[in-house]
Design a binder for this molecule. Structure first.
Ligand code: NAD
Length: 553
């Protein structure tokens, strides 16, 4: 039975034993589509997160996808082009059930303006990665990533501890909303600025944000008190980051850590320029996108100049994957890239071993399934400090959103071992239903994004999109249930390409075969990609795990 969803009453959270499709594989994918809407930011418009990231092109496409998933057989494949179902063809039971290509525009044409024009004509939509691939699990999906970044900074600069440290950030949307909880879990006093009072109120309601300050003075006092007492806290502040950051800098206050997760990647549908109200911006998105774009860029210039000022005064400043430096540089901030990207600064040694955000979701809707998998995971990997620490913390602090799910940073071999153990649990009836496995697109072999994932790769291969395309082809050959190739849309047009994958643990022997091939080959390619770029950690992993890399070095 689906359960009610107070946040979006029209979009219940799927679950239960009753299946509407012709098999669990198809049913599971249908539930994932329903789930991204139930936890999405604006499901009435099919928008899941990142300003424009959509689950389907339009409602007619959505309904046709639902119909196809309910009526297709296991030996058919549904083809989806940028959120629109194109056809259902006969393949075989080991082929993917769904293949998608989302928002891939030919090189010289891959620009925001062309994207908006194609979108206006109804020819394309941006899948926002986990939105279009039906893998989004709410803000909980990025919490561990954000937490690990804070902990790396703690280890590098603050003796392993953020107690008594002030973190300044902005953006309380679908992804950015994870920041207050991740900051508090890391022990910091974190101030999160957002222009939209509803977004801030929502994060407080679901327990991610502790307090909302009435104004900047009060916010800074609350932070100062928490810093003095070395007390972890998360404070929200409604305001424009392009006003608030420079004002904090002007007062001579220097936070310990500064970042930003406003939807700065999209100058029209995402970022809100200062001196404009939300209502004005909503209206201008239709009436005057060109002026809005220019105003957003000008505000981002001020916003990033303040971040650079904090960096010059000794704060740890990083870009959290929203292209804010890119737009600042276009606006004339020549040294915007003095701010480092989080992947290169903190996470690359993990990606070089294909350790990245791996997630699983209980199709039954029963949170007990996730707890039982937590227990199994802790038994299986007692020496993996990152995972054991995270699972204990997540159990205590991270509320479920939508279908109960968990995300944990696991690497090559570990993902397959866990998935096979879980498939076995499903087969033995130890869990209430099947489990789906997917991973973030921000993963070793899966993403080319020269301003985020692959910035300053050791061999300069930052912009080569062969890797995600190879990954998607490999996943199709490796029996995955859903495979997708995404490129950027909106402000990300021309900036990235990635591959996504979902595999269903339905408790069958065929399920084990699918999980084993797809998950093993996905991470093997990730390790090979980094080995090919010259990373020592990858070569070590190749030797340790006998990965079939052809070494021409
Ligand atoms: P979202 O659209 O759901 O939320 C963005 C938030 O920013 C909104 O709440 C909006 O009100 C606020 N905002 C916009 N302009 C502002 C301003 N000038 N001052 C203060 N607040 C402002 O987007 P999201 O899903 O939270 O994603 C945020 C950004 O992070 C996007 O650019 C996204 O692509 C990027 N992202 C990064 C990662 C990563 O791994 N680091 C992962 C996913 C998304």
């Amino acid at each position: 039975m689906p359960t009610s969803n107070p946040r979006h009453p029209r979009f219940p959270i799927p679950g239960g034993n009753e299946i509407r499709a012709r098999g669990w594989r198809q049913e599971a994918l249908l539930r994932l589509l329903e789930n991204v809407l139930s936890v999405g930011e604006d499901p009435d418009n099919l928008v899941v997160y990142a300003a424009l990231g959509k689950a389907a092109r339009n409602w007619a496409s959505h309904d046709a996808i639902v119909h196809a998933l309910k009526t297709m057989d296991e030996d058919q494949t549904l083809i989806i082009q940028s959120g629109k179902p194109i056809g259902l063809v006969k393949t075989h039971a080991k082929a993917p059930l769904v293949i998608m290509a989302n928002c891939n525009i030919v090189g010289q044409w891959a620009k925001a303006e062309v994207f908006y024009e194609l979108e206006r004509k109804g020819l394309i939509c941006w899948g926002g990665l986990t939105a279009g691939a039906w893998q989004y699990i709410g803000s909980q999906g990025v919490i561990q990533g954000t937490y690990e970044i804070f902990m790396r900074i703690a280890e590098n600069r603050f003796d392993g501890d953020l107690a008594g440290r002030f973190v300044l950030t902005a953006g309380l949307g679908g992804m950015g909303g994870a920041q207050p909880l991740a900051g508090r879990m890391a022990g910091a006093a974190i101030l999160c600025v957002d222009i939209d009072p509803e977004r801030a109120a929502m994060r407080k309601e679901i327990g991610y944000l502790e307090e909302i300050a009435p104004d900047l003075d009060a916010a800074l006092e609350m932070i100062a008190a928490a810093v003095r007492e070395k007390r972890a806290t998360s404070i929200g502040l409604v305001g424009n980051a392009a006003d608030i950051y420079p004002e904090i800098a002007r007062r001579g206050i220097t936070p310990d850590i500064v970042t930003d997760q406003t939807s700065a990647h999209d100058l029209v549908y995402g970022y809100v320029p200062k001196a404009y109200s939300l209502e004005q911006v909503r209206e201008m998105r239709k009436s005057n996108p060109a002026e809005l774009m220019a105003a957003s860029r000008a505000s981002i210039v001020d916003h990033v100049r303040a971040m650079l000022a904090f960096q010059e005064r000794g704060a740890e400043v990083f870009d959290n994957g929203n292209l804010i430096r890119t737009h600042a540089k276009d606006g004339g901030v020549e040294n915007a890239f003095d701010i480092r990207i989080f992947t290169e600064a903190y996470l690359r040694p993990l990606f070089a071993r294909a350790i990245g955000p791996f997630r699983w979701m209980a199709q039954s809707g029963d949170p007990e399934d996730i707890r039982k998998i937590d227990d199994r995971l802790l038994q299986m990997f007692p020496d993996n400090r990152i995972v054991t620490n995270w699972i204990q913390l997540a159990r205590r602090h991270v509320p479920f959103e939508g279908l109960p799910s968990r995300i944990a940073w696991l690497g090559h071999g570990e993902r397959t071992e866990l998935a096979l153990a879980v498939n076995d649990m499903v087969q033995k009836g130890e869990l209430a239903g099947p489990i789906t496995f997917s991973r973030d697109h921000l993963d070793a072999g899966a993403m080319a994004h020269p301003n985020i994932m692959t910035e300053r790769m050791q061999d300069g291969s930052d912009a080569i999109a062969d890797w995600p395309i190879l990954d998607a082809m490999l996943l199709c050959s490796s029996m995955a249930d859903l495979v997708v190739v995404h490129s950027g849309g909106g402000g990300y047009a021309g900036y990235m390409t990635s591959a996504g994958v979902t595999v269903v643990a339905d408790g069958t022997a065929a399920g084990s075969e699918r999980l084993s091939h797809a998950l093993t080959n996905d991470t093997a390619l990730g390790v090979m990609r980094y080995a090919d770029a010259g990373y020592e950690e990858s070569r070590d992993e190749i030797a340790r795990r006998s990965i079939g890399y052809i070494d021409l070095a």
